[in-house]
Design a protein around this ligand. Structure first.
Ligand code: CP
Ligand code: NVA
Length: 319
């Protein structure tokens, strides 16, 4: 049984397989007559809708559950008992949680009980692998030539940038991260991010691709130089609402503006996982500019989720 809690659960070859499955134009009804539980401890527009539709496209029935309905946070039930219960009805469980530890406990319980029900991380405080796979799909679709791609991420070192950095490194995409130094990833975070390089031998399955380079900057203008994509995310993530004001001050020079886009490569695209705070991490005019591919990303969440479901369900049935 394969779960997707983090990008580090995948090899470079797995990523290629998922991208290929995401782009298939005909879908086998692998979920015919089956349920998929989608648990949300935090709000969601894209993840919930894309996951529900991907399940329907594969012939299954999504059951979306809000966190307060099951009461994980209030201690109504343990993650272990909840996942054992959901596994009675569903072929797969996706969960958006405050604490990544809850996903780990669910996965460990399924393994302990020998239950073949994959768990998928629909965003935790630690990582957002489904978003990063969608972003890689989008970057590949928009970079059809075999040239080396360079991406600048301007903003907070968070769940989104962690997973994005990992798919970039694994796929030979250079990533520059511009963040105020006090918000940089810690040394141990960086080690974990870079571990995907060692785990995958630093090459793709053809053995020819160099891993992507990760560079940290405090100057966003230096970070975007020569980059084909400029990506940002909110300055205060869900669960960090108390820090919104101090973060707004710390990040005020890190807004993605037209001037910043002009300092990137000619034709550079703007990316955002959404939801966006217009006027904070991104200027209004950039969101609406021709270079903005944010709604291509939003659509690709559904295609990528179908690829992820096909991959995990196939891995579960063949092991
Ligand atoms: N990008 C993303 O995960 O969006 P939602 O929070 O709306 O699901
Ligand atoms: N970093 C953001 C991503 C939202 C999709 C958050 O965790 O709130």
């Amino acid at each position: 049984m394969r779960c997707l809690l983090d990008i580090s659960d995948l090899t470079v070859e797995d990523l290629d397989t998922i991208l290929g499955l995401s782009e298939r134009s005909a879908w086998p009804p692998v979920l015919d007559g089956k349920g998929v539980a989608l648990l949300f401890e935090k709000p969601s527009a894209r993840t919930r809708n894309s996951a529900e539709m991907a399940v329907v496209q594969l012939g299954g029935h999504p059951v979306t559950i809000k966190g307060d309905e099951v009461g994980l946070a209030s201690g109504r039930e343990s993650p272990q008992d909840l996942i054992r219960t959901l596994a009675c009805y569903h072929a797969l469980v996706g969960a958006r949680v405050f604490s990544h530890r809850v996903l780990v406990e669910m996965r460990d319980e399924l393994v302990r009980a020998s239950l073949e029900v994959p768990v998928v991380n629909l965003l935790s405080d630690y990582s957002h692998p489904c978003q990063a796979i969608c972003d890689l799909l989008t970057i590949r679709q928009l970079s059809p030539h075999n040239e080396r791609v360079r991406l600048a991420y301007v903003g907070d070192c968070n769940n989104v940038s962690r997973s994005l950095a990992q798919v970039c490194i694994m796929s030979g995409i250079d990533i520059n991260i511009a963040t105020p130094p006090e918000y940089w990833f810690s040394e141990s975070d960086l080690e974990e991010i870079l571990s995907v390089r060692a785990d995958n031998g630093g090459m793709d399955k053809t053995g020819t691709q160099e891993p992507g380079q990760l560079n940290l900057y405090d100057d966003p203008f230096k970070a975007v130089e020569g980059c084909d994509f400029v990506y940002t995310d909110v300055w205060a993530s869900m669960g960090q609402e108390d820090e919104a004001n101090s973060r707004r001050e710390a990040f005020e020079d890190y807004q993605v503006t037209s001037q910043l886009m002009n300092a990137a490569s000619p034709g550079a695209r703007f990316m955002h996982c959404l939801p966006a705070h217009r006027g904070l991490e991104v200027a209004n005019e950039v969101m609406d500019a021709e270079c903005s591919v944010v709604f291509t990303q939003a659509e690709n969440r559904m295609h990528a989720m179908r690829g992820i479901l096909l991959f995990l369900l196939d891995q579960s049935s063949t092991q």
